[in-house]
Design a protein around this ligand. Structure first.
Ligand SMILES: N[C@@H](CCC(=O)N[C@@H](CS)C(=O)NCC(=O)O)C(=O)O
Length: 259
């Protein structure tokens, strides 16, 4: 992460969430210093509503609080970061937008897969309880976790469309092969971030704090898709392994295979 200062904007996010990963990656690529606060679904919601002065309607993270400005969502945060960087490191956002749309659709399908997998696993439900819940209580509090995860399912399932994930991966492969380049738009841009993060719902490598339990990690992995798109996994790994195109959640995982 970039060096923190007292006046740094505050990013509120979930370290396991691909949308938070997109926002952090974008901010760091642009050299924007930020403080980070982890959001716990359901438990952190009242605090977030208070910060946003929003008592009704949906709230989601990531959110960036920059002075009096509230920047909601990974796309707007990335635009904010790109504006703050005189070199426009993240590229032309008009050209990037179709890639971000593909990424959003793929991640929506990916999230619904993960959420449904957690709902089908007692172990993953127990792992999703907050860290302060002692082990011996987890089984009996599973119903609390199930209610919270069902709530997330209801909140987001309408965004998921079948095959959006497959479609996004195929388009990425096609484009990378076309130009025989590691960058979707010729040089590193937010399009690469948006599509590389899609692989975090197929074979995640970003460091997550608090760490995910083994049953939950299992739900974030799609071994069949990972096998089918191992060329894209290798591409994402190359971006993550190179200083010029990486960010803190990848660097924390090093050494990372370049293959
Ligand atoms: N389009 C938004 C999507 C953000 C989003 O879907 N956030 C989810 C991540 S799973 C969230 O806030 N979940 C926690 C909750 O709804 O309580 C973005 O780009 O940031």
């Amino acid at each position: 992460m970039s060096k923190r200062t007292h006046a740094s904007p505050l990013l509120i996010g979930e370290s396991f969430s691909p949308w938070t990963k997109k926002a952090r990656w974008a901010l760091e690529q642009c050299g924007c210093a930020y403080d980070y606060k982890e959001y716990t679904p359901t438990l952190s919601e009242p605090g977030l509503r208070w910060r946003l002065r929003q008592c009704s309607g949906k709230v989601t993270v990531p959110v960036l609080l920059a002075g009096k400005e509230i920047i909601r969502g990974s796309w707007q945060i990335a635009r904010f970061a790109n504006r703050a960087d005189s070199t426009g490191r993240l590229g032309n956002f008009a050209k990037t937008e179709p890639w971000n749309n593909l990424s959003e659709a793929a991640l929506a399908e990916g999230r619904t897969r993960v959420v449904r997998c957690i709902l089908g696993s007692d172990a993953a439900l127990e792992e999703s309880l907050p860290g302060f819940v002692p082990g011996f209580l987890r089984g009996s509090l599973r119903f609390v976790a199930r209610n919270a995860v069902q709530r997330l399912d209801r909140k987001y399932a309408h965004l998921a469309t079948a095959d959006a994930l497959l479609h996004a991966l195929e388009k990425t492969r096609e484009r990378l092969a076309q130009d025989d380049s590691d960058f979707l738009l010729g040089s590193f841009s937010y399009a690469d971030i948006a599509m590389a993060v899609v692989l975090e719902v197929v074979a995640p490598i970003a460091f997550t704090n608090p760490p995910l339990g083994p049953a939950t990690q299992n739900c974030w992995n799609q071994p069949e898709l990972a096998r089918e798109f191992e060329d894209l996994i290798a591409w994402r790994n190359r971006l993550a392994a190179a200083d010029a195109t990486s960010y803190s959640q990848f660097k924390a995982r090093r050494p990372l295979s370049r293959g």
